[in-house]
Design a protein around this ligand. Structure first.
Ligand code: PLP
Length: 458
């Protein structure tokens, strides 16, 4: 009988996360004086135990028992073969996906929300601030904070706050407080509103608000948390790829192509990094981060030093970036509307170890609907980017008559994104692509910025 899904036992769960910093070369983040940032400088923003993880070059980092205990609510997540999708496409390829939609908030995000809440709690922090795009991260952190008895305050990008009102209710149910961003609560928010009172908001602005809210609490008991981009977030997410590796080994398979949608890069990195090392060591595999054509960070923007937020509160990070002032088009895949990209993912794209792809909005919904009608689960619009690329690869395998193994991460379900599906079905959605003119204007910001070096890891 053919395998439909591979399920690990709880005692087969990974006990350590994989830290790719042990195996690649990176440019350092830079402070306001142009020198590399020291851990102390980040202390008002993050607890020191997480800062230590952020800069660690240990290859394996132990997952605390308390974190494993909460992971077990939904982990290990299943590796599923998309048999019906293969049939519908008539492809000889075997398509597998890791279903990260089985977590309580419905995405991969609690893989890092839970350890972040845990390390904050251990450090004596009482309250965490954060931003959220589509609301997935805000709900994941609200869930995680509720597990550890921490307060959670979430600045949610206004366009998503309006498109996805139930995400706010989820946060509230877990005890989190959700504020539309830009808000009048912070200097960064007020400045953004002054510039454009009708702004749809952006992740960059919301990050500025959440950082400001954390560092301006004089009690010292508030810290900020970021749901993607940073090294420690990529680290926590590797539980996805590490489980998948064991699952593939159980059925004597190994992927030829690995795919993940990429907003800040975390679900992609978590899926792909445990396999990336094999590629660096010579294994012939293709690894594709997939982004929206409306926000082409990896496929069109340069590798630069840029701030992670709009107000410029964060250090300069070496990454592919559309510029911290860029406000992406209001596509429904809110989790992919980010100007930058994880420095680790950016570095590996810059080295040619990963190959970035982009997909337009309508192709994504077409793929999402085909997936729902074949495999049943309704994907988040973000996830649909990965599915669209997997379908492209399956069609190509059919043309070439090759039985390739395609693996993608199913980052989350779309049951709170049905408004977007409704707009797709009514024909109200269109493809949005960044023009060359917009691109040139966005790049102006980098004229006087330092440039990261072209490092080679192999
Ligand atoms: C947040 C989110 C993403 C994008 O974030 P990454 O850090 O790039 O993973 C993708 N899919 C879903 C379902 C999300 O919630």
């Amino acid at each position: 009988m053919d395998v439909r899904k591979v399920v690990l036992r709880e005692d087969e769960m990974p006990r350590e996360w994989y830290n790719i910093l042990a195996d690649i070369k990176m440019n350092p983040p830079l402070g306001p004086d142009g020198n590399p940032v020291s851990p102390d400088m980040l202390a008002p923003v993050f607890p020191m135990n997480l800062i230590e993880q952020e800069v660690s070059s240990e290859r394996w980092i132990k997952i605390p028992e308390e974190v494993l205990g909460i992971y077990k609510i939904w982990r290990p997540s299943p590796l599923v073969r998309a048999v019906n999708l293969e049939k519908a496409l008539g492809t000889p390829a075997r398509i597998y996906y890791k279903n990260e939609g089985v977590s309580p908030p419905g995405s991969h995000k609690p893989n890092t929300a839970v350890p972040q809440a845990y390390y904050n709690k251990v450090f004596g922090i009482k309250r965490i601030t954060t931003e959220t795009g589509a609301g997935q991260w805000g709900s994941a952190l609200s869930f995680a904070c509720s597990q550890f008895g921490l307060e959670c305050r979430v600045y949610m990008v206004r366009v998503s706050f309006e498109q996805k009102p139930y995400r706010k209710t989820m946060m509230q149910t877990w005890g989190g407080v959700c504020v539309p961003s830009p808000s009048t609560e912070t200097k960064a928010g007020r400045e953004a509103l002054e510039k454009d009172p009708n702004t749809p908001g952006s992740l960059g602005i919301a990050i500025s608000e959440a950082v400001e809210a954390a560092v301006s609490d004089t009690s010292g008991q508030t810290r900020y948390s970021l749901g993607s981009v940073l090294n420690h977030v990529m680290l926590h997410q590797t539980v996805i790829g590490l489980e998948a590796k064991k699952q593939f080994a159980l059925i004597n398979e190994y992927p030829d192509i690995i795919i993940g949608c990429a907003g800040g890069g975390s679900n992609f990195a978590g899926t792909a990094f445990p396999f990336t090392l094999d590629k660096v060591n010579g294994k012939a595999i293709e690894i594709y981060p997939v982004e929206p054509a409306a926000c082409p960070t990896l496929t069109k923007a340069p590798f630069v030093y840029d701030h992670g937020d709009t107000a410029g509160y964060t250090p300069l990070l070496p990454m592919h970036s559309l510029g911290h002032a860029f406000v992406p088009a209001p596509i429904h895949a809110g989790g992919l509307r980010y100007h930058g990209m994880a420095p680790t993912v950016s570095q590996l794209v810059n080295e040619g170890i990963l190959t970035a792809k982009s997909v337009n909005q309508l192709e994504c919904y077409e793929a999402g609907v085909l997936f729902a009608r074949t495999e049943g689960h309704i994907p988040a619009p973000e996830t649909a980017h990965a599915i669209a690329q997997a379908i492209r690869e399956a069609k190509q395998a059919k043309e070439e008559g090759k039985a390739k193994v395609i693996f993608f991460n199913w980052s989350g379900h779309g049951c709170l994104d049905l408004g977007a599906y409704e707009r797709y079905f009514s024909g109200a959605l269109q493809n949005l692509e960044m023009s060359g003119e917009e691109m040139r204007a966005a790049m102006e910001i980098f004229k006087n910025y330092p440039k990261p070096a072209n490092l080679k890891s192999r």
